[in-house]
Structure formats: C-alpha cells, structure tokens
Ligand binder design. Structure first.
Ligand code: BES
Ligand code: ZN
Length: 445
C-alpha cells in the first residue's frame, strides 16, 4: 500500500467521515513545498478551470453529435473527438477497443412516414431488412383470452401492466401474432424499455410511450392501417475506452490516480447530464493538469458502453496488471455532475460500501478549503463506473448531483429531455474545481 493510502486509512479508522482534521492536506503541502499552502495549489487549478469551455464541450457532444449509444457511429465519433482533443493537450492517448453484445436497432413508422420512438429489448427477434409491415391488433393487456383468430399475422399492441413483458410476448406468439408493441401505462418522456428477463423471442418486440400507443390505436388501428417495424441486429459491435496518461518524471511516486467519465448515452437521450457533463469536466481537468509538475501518474479514462452494463470500465479494470491495481491510489468517477435541476443542490459522493475512502476524504478537505457551495454527501450506491474499480480493491467514488435527503436524480434522467437546456455551466465549474483540485492534491509534487 502506498504511504498516502496507508496514512489516510489509519486516519479513517479513528475518525468519522465528517471529523477529518482540518489542515491535514495543508500539512502535506507544507512538507512538499515549504511556504506554499494546499490552498495555493488549489488556486493553480481553479483559476484555470474554464466553465465556458466545458459548456461548449457539452454542447458539441449533445447538440452536434447527439445520442451516443454504445457501438454506434455516434459513439465512435465521440471517441475520435476525445482522442484528438487529448492529443492536442499533449497526452499520450490509448484507444482501447472491446467487444460488446450485438447492437440491436429498431424503427417504427406509420404509413404516412411518421417515426414513432421505440426501444428494442434484448431477446427480441430481428425482422427482414425491409421490416415487418402489418396491421395492428388491440390485445388489451395481452392475456390469452384477449386474442382471437384475427390476431394472426398482425402486430399485437399491448398495454403494460398486470404481468411480465416476456409472458405478454409469449401469449402473442401463441396466438400467431407477427410482432409485439408494448406501450406504457404511465407518462414517461422516453419509450418504454420492456425487458424480457433474458428470454429469447421468435417475433420482434418493441416498447413505446403511452402517448404513442394511444395515438396508434386512435389513428392506425381504427382505420385498419399498417405500421412498419424494423429490428436489425449488428454482430461484431465494439466500443472504445479513450485513455490519456501522464507519468511523472523519474523519481516520482509509483501511485496512479484514475479519473473517469462515460461518454456513451442511452438511446433517444442526448445525454447532456448523463454524461456529457462528466466527460466535459474530465476533459477540462485534463487540460489544466497537463501544465503542472506531478509526482504521481494520472490517467483520464473516457469510458464507452457504460449504459449497457458498465462494459467499458469493466474492460479497463480487467486490463490493469496486478501491479497497477496495487499501485492505484483511487478513482474519481464523474457521472451526472452538471444538471441545472433546482432540487439537485448536493454533490453526492457514492461509494459501494457507503464508507469514506481516500477519494471522499480528499474531496471533502478540498471542498472545505475552496468553499464548494454545494453540500457534499457520502452515500452508498453503485450503478456507475466506480463499481469495477471498487471490486478490484481500488478506493472509488462516483460524484453525482442529487437532491439532498431524497437522493433523487433530475426528472430528465434517461429521457429525451436530458439536453443542454438543463445544464448549468456554474455547476460544471463547481465539479471541475472540486475534483480538479482534489486530484491535484494527490498527484502534485
Ligand atoms: N448516470 C447513471 C448513474 C446512476 C447512478 C443512475 C445511480 C441512477 C442511480 C448511469 O449512467 C446509469 O444509468 N446506470 C444504470 C446502471 C448501469 C449498470 C447500466 C442504472 O442505474 O440504471
Ligand atoms: Zn451515466
């Protein structure tokens, strides 16, 4: 264990999270550079973290590129953008490619050519390339008794509720339906994602919003019109992690700090908060920290395929050698750090065990020194790229904005409303200052 880690671990067993002795890092700073305080080092970072640049990067990722679903061209375009930018800052950049499950893409069109937003769950069958064009059949909730001979060859339109999505599809299959559309029974901004629980179906399946389901009933079903459902599976899909590394000159410590942010998004969401925000902040910290002498290695890991099961970060951590894992000081993972949602006044520091570690302690001390306006809350939660780091034994934290008390995320999460409209440049700056100055405390001379 590195000395800094050992030092903080010793501290953690004797003090509660909120009782970190003030001045700890000032002492370290004084030892490292007599005459300079931790606060002076913070200023070197926060004076240069540029909120406009971060906001522009969020704009580029969300308005110019748009949804960045794992395995798609848009995800690749984002990876190229990140690689070029990091190289322009002078980093050594590795493009780490990895395989992901077949990419399934679906479209639903009415006869008049209107596109209806649709989510295809894994386990859906594919259609022929030209799609499946068929009439709709109103199957209610989709119980066996909801079907008659009319259903054969049609696309069953089924309402969510009562029993599982997989059983609804099986009942439709048994009745001879050629496909299934399941519509939501509550209003949500994005189309329903009707998870089939690992079952493989023989017919194509899609999820749509409540409003789309009702509109199809009123407009298409009532007029005996048709819809065209296209489901295509692309084999051999890949995603990429973009890794920018800076190592200290000879004589430095052998520690490694990993700063991470995923750059992919869910379908139909521009992913401004989730997670163009963390991506833009990590890029800006990389830009600023490139200029200063360091004593410890820092890696900026821009993670692909997070939204389909943390695949990028699992791959990155699995490729670390035993020695690299042992030398890892910590992981600062930023995911959803820039929402302008009024209620999200706190920065949560999510750890897997709910316990403080060197990353939370460093951030807490930094926040106190620089006067971070938001409350910092230690909380137990996974669901982001800090998970694989934690599982490998590396102290890891997800920085994420939430509502204090309820821990709620903004209502735009994973919906088409997750756009630049609800991004706060000021909050990007707050995250950049806090995480940037914290990382610098750990890696600087
Ligand atoms: N940005 C979210 C992070 C998050 C954390 C959301 C905690 C909700 C609670 C992340 O991108 C996400 O959506 N994660 C997935 C899990 C992941 C394993 C696919 C989620 O929480 O549904
Ligand atoms: Zn996310």
């Amino acid at each position: 264990m590195k000395w800094k880690t050992a030092f903080l671990s010793a501290l953690l067993v004797t003090s509660s999270f909120y009782a970190t002795p003030a001045g700890l890092f000032e002492q370290q700073a004084a030892q490292a550079a007599p005459g300079k305080s931790g606060a002076a080092f913070d200023q070197k970072v926060i004076a240069r973290i540029d909120e406009e640049r971060m906001y522009e990067d969020v704009y580029h990722l969300t308005e110019t590129i748009g949804p960045r679903v794992a395995g798609t061209e848009a995800e690749k375009e984002t990876a190229d953008f990140l690689e070029q930018r990091l190289e322009s800052y002078g980093y050594e950049v590795e493009v780490q490619e990895f395989s992901i499950p077949d990419l399934v893409i679906g479209h639903l069109h009415t006869e008049s050519g209107d596109e209806v937003l649709i989510n295809i769950p894994s386990g859906s069958a594919a259609t022929a390339e030209e799609g499946l064009t068929a009439q709709l059949y109103d199957a209610g909730l989709g119980y066996p008794a909801d079907y008659n001979a009319e259903a054969a060859g049609k696309i069953a339109l089924i309402q969510r509720g009562g029993f599982t999505f997989a059983e609804k599809v099986q009942n439709a299959e048994a009745a001879g339906a050629a496909g299934v559309l399941i519509y939501n029974n509550v209003d949500q901004a994005g189309p329903l994602n009707p998870s089939l629980g690992g079952n493989e179906m023989d017919i194509p399946v899609g999820g749509i919003t409540k409003a789309s389901g009702e509109a199809l009933k009123a407009d298409v079903l009532a007029a005996n019109g048709t819809v065209t459902l296209t489901v295509q599976a692309f084999e051999g899909a890949t995603s990429e992690n973009i890794i920018a590394t800076r190592t200290p000159k000879k004589g430095g410590s052998d520690g490694i700090v990993h700063v991470s942010a995923h750059y992919d998004s869910v379908p139909f969401a521009a992913g401004a908060s989730d997670n163009a925000s963390g991506t833009a902040v990590a890029l800006e910290i990389a830009r600023v920290l490139k200029s200063y002498p360091i004593d410890e290695e820092v890696r900026f890991v821009f993670v692909g395929a997070e939204e389909i099961g943390l695949l990028g970060s699992r791959h990155y951590v699995s490729e670390l050698t035993e020695s690299e894992v042992a030398r890892s000081t910590g992981n600062f993972n930023m995911d959803m750090v820039g929402t302008s949602w009024d209620n999200a006044t706190a920065i949560y520091m999510n750890t897997l065990d709910g316990q403080a570690n060197i990353v939370t302690e460093t951030a807490k001390a930094t926040g106190e020194r620089i006067g971070t306006p938001s409350e910092l809350i230690l909380y137990q939660r996974g669901s982001s790229d800090h998970v694989p780091f934690y599982e490998a034994g590396i102290p890891a934290v997800n920085f994420i904005r939430r509502e204090p008390g309820t821990a709620s995320l903004e209502p735009y999460y994973h919906t088409p409303l997750d756009t630049i409209e609800f991004i706060s440049a000021e909050r990007l700056k707050e995250a950049g200052d806090l995480v940037g100055a914290s990382v610098y405390q750990l890696i600087r001379k």
